[in-house]
Design a protein around this ligand. Sequence first.
Ligand code: IPE
Ligand code: IPE
Ligand code: MG
Length: 252
Amino acid sequence: MFFFKRSKKKHQEDLHIDLDNVPEHIAIIMDGNGRWAKAKGLPRTMGHKAGVETIRNIVKDCSNIGIKYLTLYAFSTENWKRPKDEVNALMELLVTYLRQEFEELNRNNVIINNIGDISMLPKRCREELDSAYERTKNNTGLTLNLALNYGGRKEILDAVNGLVDDIKDGKLQCTKVTEDILERYLYTKDMPDPDIIIRPSGEQRLSNFLLWQCAYSEFWYSNINWPDFTKEDLHKAIWDYQHRDRRFGGIK
Ligand code: IPE
Ligand code: IPE
Ligand code: MG
């Protein structure tokens, strides 16, 4: 039966992506940590730990191949529904990641940014995120957006409320809200929309991710769980992206 086995080497083969035409902004819904752990008979938190290893590799690769923005969905506004122990473990992993990776990310010119309402995160996390941003905000390489306590609907509501406050305070004069004005109040202000949204683990939904910004994003799904997601998988997604026809409602 051995000849039915698929060659691992072939599967792992790297695709030649066009480095002059990489997406400017890649967004990833990092999913499948729990299922990865379950399949191995491990606790879910071990899946999250393994997921952090994937983050390390993917961030490095994005930085190397010249991606300008990488947004990673790490914790949604709905993820608070999970058991307290799991939420705490995720927050701890965030602090550890930032501490362990800071020097190398900074050396590689990465801006460590976050999107979402981090005011609800534990103080330790907020301090670590603020300090990472302060120390890297003048870098000029990849912007790493960690989406934490992020929800697309909340983002739009926060933007509308911010805008209403500014009108009330006389800081903004307008009688009609335009797309441009609203975008100035989003967490992603001054950033391009994601060109491609990647979701591993087999689920094909947005789960409240970048609802405003995804209007013309390309979607890319795979059955691989996030801890098993490799640089080669990322390159496969980029290769597919490079062979798609984006029309933005127009015609060729
Ligand atoms: C993604 O993995 C990580 C977070 C949502 C924080 P999951 O924990 O959702 O993994 P599954 O979907 O249960 O496998
Ligand atoms: C989306 O994954 C959120 C993150 C990856 C942070 P979930 O696992 O929470 O999404 P659902 O519940 O399957 O839609
Ligand atoms: Mg999930």
